[in-house]
Ligand binder design. Structure first.
Ligand code: NAG
Ligand code: NAG
Ligand code: NAG
Length: 820
């Protein structure tokens, strides 16, 4: 044994681990560059006056370069010059720079918003537990030796009050399928790998902190709790601490990206990190759910997703699970979010413990499934940050998506060879329709689909059984229609503008295309008020997807610019026949627009697997090739499409919609401002007992007036009591604080309430202060600053406060990229 060599190797391993992804967006600029395969990146670096940082994640022939802010170099001018010459196809004589195919200076973008939910403060749940179910659960716990203290509160695993309203997982566990061999990773704000409830399942090798460049993505900021709570839902260990995860023997890792500003290059690297070992990426975040944003992931991130489905998991494709978004109360819809709207993500919405629609979970044609989360007086009970800490108030679509990730881990445990499309196929076939009196369509293959619930709720047992036996799909094929040029003004009122394209048998044969899975429509529409628009897609079978809905808060004078809308409703159709889009503007007002053009893409199973190439990587030019067909639209009479309006707002709905991260909270009451024209769209009131005894903005909890009086009376007493107690403890605490200096990492966290979703916008002095802290954290002045490593402190002298804070405060620009 050569000890020195061994030590040297260890030191090297440590060094390379520490230097995995060193980025400092305060002091350095970064450039992502796509090179010809044979172009040496070091030579490109010296030609541009930049430093070479290494390969860009898993993206083929993509590299990252950097420069300290203070260094003078001509890189930007040179790259711009190259771009122009490439466009003119006049590229000669630039030497090694001829090998530059594409470049992008990295812009820091505001943090993505966590989709943790509206708090639901454990209000009394009317029904009492069913004695038989309680006994059954006790037997099960004995049989599986589950001794975790909050297992009995984890109604999403076994609901003893609303029977049947759980993920139906126990029959899977009884077969010994508990997640062995499966690995999920929380792409979030960290994971507490030292929690007793997580540490035995923690997967260190698949984890990384991209915010603080550290191999351990542990929570470092006061509100870094979201990732840990989500991780507990997936894979909390069965060990007598807190509760258990859905896949309690699966491995769980963390990729920390939500706690600081990052760039597309960081995100693309994170989304492919250790993608042979990390099977499922659970993502409970996205662009703001404010009913106004229309943002899609940038090109590098879209390339990372295509790379993941083609190469990750030994070529079977990684799974991206995304929370549908909490913007329903703001009239938002998940087709306006480029992550949930992507064919590469499984979009999961939330229902409550009674199986009811929640006021927050967004609808859309791209939503595949729903599962349980907060509402009807309860929330998800899970692990929290700390050695032995539990949390009983986890909610929003943030809490739904990880339950999906846990169930998918069980499916991979049972059948590791499922591809990313097989898993989606299983969900199409196994979704359980709920609330069938609401708006459901029967699809071509006889499944039920709803824009509110996708194919229905997840049933772990049915999913795992289907996973065991389903025939694997042949590789993915696609068919692109030409661009259909319309250039016609959009009528207002009851007429819509319809444009059709006939897909023939020969078209599809030529494309080696057999059966439809996803359908995307890329379109350009100009309009002086984007929120007035809505779009239907009508398939040859007559099934209608509402690709876009009116959004009462969306005032953008922007329309849709090369935006790609996606629907999963047409899964199983042949694709042959006439596909139509109908663009509508049902709001009679001074705002009008023009339908410019559109393009249909069918994605699905190929005919001949031996003859099916992989999809080329997306490029910036995917929408340039307008092999245009000019067509005349026709007028059809239309009804206003659905628009998202929740009836059951919580006391202060605006509090929960978004954190004050990259958008100021809307003024109170903004969400109740209905648009001037009538939108006959409110979902049916669920309960006739739902009459109000207080003004309408107080929730009725779906109970009678008498019970409401009782609840509010009890609440008032509790509030008074807590206020008294709070004052007492506050004074005590002040005394204590003066006497001893507290030195705890999560010092800011005074109590659970202050944490309500890290939202901080809620009323009350303390919450206001917290919001300030979050803002500061963002601008670079947080408590986290105090945890800066020495090396970072050294770099502080180069710090350029101006641009960093300015960039931090700026909202993310309207993005034009859709899914290709
Ligand atoms: C739930 O699981 C049980 C087995 O534990 C199974 O018999 C049943 O079909 C599953 N699904 C539903 C919807 O009950
Ligand atoms: C669109 O139509 C208008 C007239 O309605 C015309 O002036 C314009 O040139 C057309 N644009 C294109 C790109 O065809
Ligand atoms: C929109 O309305 C304005 C004023 O009423 C009119 O001049 C314009 O031509 C209209 N544009 C379209 C595309 O209909």
């Amino acid at each position: 044994m050569h000890i020195p060599k061994c030590l040297g190797f260890l030191a090297l391993a440590c060094l390379s681990a520490a230097k995995l992804h060193p980025r400092n967006h305060k002091t350095h600029d970064y450039y992502a560059i796509h090179l010809q395969p044979d172009t040496p990146p070091q030579q490109v670096a010296s030609a541009l006056g930049l430093d070479y940082e290494g390969k860009l994640g898993e993206l083929q022939d993509h590299h990252t370069f950097s420069s300290p802010r203070h260094r003078k170099h001509g890189a930007e001018g040179l790259l711009e010059d190259l771009r122009l010459r490439r466009r003119k196809r006049a590229l000669t004589g630039a030497g090694v720079l001829d090998g530059v195919l594409w470049s992008q200076k990295q812009k820091t973008k505001p943090r993505m918003e966590k989709r943790s939910g509206p708090p639901d403060n454990g209000l009394p749940v009317a029904p009492v537990a069913d004695a038989e179910a309680v006994a059954e659960r006790a037997d099960l716990a004995r049989e599986l030796t589950i001794e975790d203290p909050i297992f009995n509160e984890q109604w999403h695993l076994f609901n003893t009050m609303q029977l049947g309203h759980d993920i139906n997982v126990t029959g899977v566990w009884k077969q010994g399928i508990t997640g062995e061999g499966a690995t999920a990773v929380m792409v979030d704000d960290g994971i507490d790998m030292y929690s007793d409830d997580l540490k035995d399942n923690y997967f260190a090798a698949g984890s990384y902190d991209f915010n603080d460049d550290n191999p351990e993505p542990k929570p470092r900021l006061g509100d870094d709790r979201h990732g840990t709570r989500c991780a507990g839902e997936i894979a909390a260990v069965k060990n007598g601490v807190c509760g258990v995860g859905v896949a309690y023997n699966a491995k769980i890792g963390g990729l920390r990206i939500l706690s600081k500003i990052i760039t597309d290059e960081d995100e693309a690297t994170a989304m492919n990190y250790k993608f042979q070992d990390n099977q499922i990426y659970s993502c409970s975040w996205g662009p703001p759910d404010d009913g106004q944003s229309m943002d899609a992931p940038g090109l590098l991130i879209r390339k990372a997703m295509v790379t993941a489905v083609q190469q990750g998991r030994q070529g079977r494709g990684n799974i991206y699970v995304f929370a549908a978004g909490n913007g329903r109360g703001s009239g938002d819809n998940c087709n306006f979010d480029g992550y949930t709207n992507s064919i590469y993500t499984i979009t999961v919405g939330g229902i409550d413990r009674k199986g009811k629609q929640t006021y927050y979970s967004e609808h859309c044609a791209a939503q595949l499934v729903v599962t349980y989360s907060s509402g009807s007086g309860d929330a998800i009970h899970t692990t929290d940050v700390g050695v032995n800490q539990c949390y009983s108030n986890h909610g929003g679509t943030s809490a739904a998506a990880p339950l999906g990730a846990g169930i998918f881990a069980l499916a991979f445990s049972a059948r590791p060879e499922l591809t990313w499309r097989d898993l989606q196929h299983i969900l199409v076939l196994t979704g359980v329709p709920i609330n069938e009196d609401e708006d459901w369509d029967t699809t071509y293959i006889g499944r039920k689909f709803s824009h509110a619930y996708g194919y229905g709720k997840l049933d772990a047992y049915t999913i795992v059984e289907k996973a065991k036996t389903i025939d694997l799909l042949k590789p993915q094929a696609w068919y692109n229609s030409p661009w259909l040029h319309i250039n016609h003004s959009i009528p207002q009122g009851t007429d819509g503008l319809l444009s059709s394209f006939e897909v023939t048998k020969d078209h599809l044969k030529l494309a080696n295309f057999e059966t439809v899975e996803h359908v995307t429509v890329t379109m350009n529409v100009q309009h002086t008020r984007r929120g007035d628009l809505s779009v239907e897609l009508r398939s040859p079978t007559g099934l209608v997807s509402h690709l876009s809905v009116t959004r009462r808060l969306d005032e953008a004078n922007a329309g849709y610019v090369d935006w790609t809308f996606m629907s999963v409703a047409h899964w199983g159709e042949s694709g042959i026949g006439k596909w139509s889009v109908v663009v509508k503007d049902t709001n009679l007002n001074e705002h009008n627009g023009t339908f410019t053009d559109w393009k249909l893409t069918l994605w699905g199973e190929c005919i001949d697997a031996a003859n099916q190439p992989l999809l080329p990587m997306p490029t910036e030019h995917d929408d340039d090739d307008h092999t245009v067909i000019s067509t005349s639209p026709t007028f059809v009479s239309v009804k206003p499409g659905p628009s998202e309006t929740a009836t059951d707002f919580p006391a202060n709905p605006t509090d929960h919609q978004h954190r004050p991260v990259n958008a100021k909270p809307t003024a109170p009451g903004a969400t109740s401002t209905a648009s001037s024209t009538a939108l006959p769209d409110a979902p049916p009131d669920e309960d006739e007992t739902n009459t109000h005894f207080l003004p309408h903005y107080f929730p009725t909890f779906g109970v009678s007036k008498r019970t409401q009086i009782w609840i509010y009376g009890a609440l008032a007493i509790i509030v008074l009591f807590c206020a008294g107690l709070g004052t007492y403890f506050f004074i005590q605490r002040r005394k204590r604080r003066r006497s001893e200096r507290e030195d705890y990492e999560f010092e800011m966290l005074d109590d659970e309430d202050a944490m309500l979703n890290g939202n901080g916008a809620a009323g009350g002095k303390r919450k206001g202060r917290r919001a300030g802290e979050l803002y500061d954290a963002f601008a670079g002045e947080s408590d986290e600053e105090q945890l800066l490593s020495e090396s970072e402190k050294d770099e502080e002298e180069y710090r350029d406060d101006g641009p960093a804070s300015a960039e931090a405060g700026r909202g993310r620009s309207q993005s034009r990229q859709g899914e290709k």
